[in-house]
Design a protein around this ligand. Structure first.
Ligand code: DQA
Length: 145
């Protein structure tokens, strides 16, 4: 089973970007940890980061053609703005989990609304980098169970 991990805008700056909010783990740390966990779970992952909405949408479309079993997505600020990203996830109907490092419900009011949440299996927010591992475990368990 192959999983796609999608990282949205500004997440390439993790490690130095507002560390009090997002922690000190870099994107490479997160992807490396997930690859190790994927090995334990007997699945494989591929990661993709983009600061461009259309590139993320194109990657989701390609995932459908490639037979990707599940998607983990941290859409960054596109969470709160992108109906196009939501529509792409709905269109391919690949089970997805929305991940946020911070608890978006405990921050500014504009972060409380997610356009993505209604089209995903689950949302994990506030566990920092650990949230990605929880999301992968949850999605694998759901698809295998
Ligand atoms: C984020 C939360 C978003 O509101 C923000 O725009 C991000 C990161 C998170 O992981 O906590 O870029 O998705």
């Amino acid at each position: 089973m192959r999983f796609l991990v999608l990282h949205g805008p500004n997440l390439n700056l993790l490690g130095t970007r507002e560390p009090d909010v997002y922690g000190r783990a870099t994107l490479a740390d997160i992807d490396g940890g997930l690859a190790g966990l994927a090995g334990e779970l007997g699945v494989s992952i591929e990661s993709f980061q983009s600061n461009h909405e259309g590139a993320l949408i194109d990657r989701i479309h390609a995932a459908a053609r490639e037979g990707i079993a599940g998607i983990l997505i941290n859409p960054g600020a596109y969470t709160h703005t992108s109906i196009a990203l939501r529509d792409a996830l709905a269109a391919v109907a690949i089970p997805a989990v929305e991940v946020h490092l911070s608890n978006i419900h405990a921050r500014e009011s504009f972060r409380r609304r997610s356009h993505i949440a209604p089209v995903v299996v689950a949302q994990i927010a506030g566990f920092g980098a650990a949230g990605y591992g929880l999301a992968l475990r949850g999605l694998v368990a759901r698809l295998k169970g």
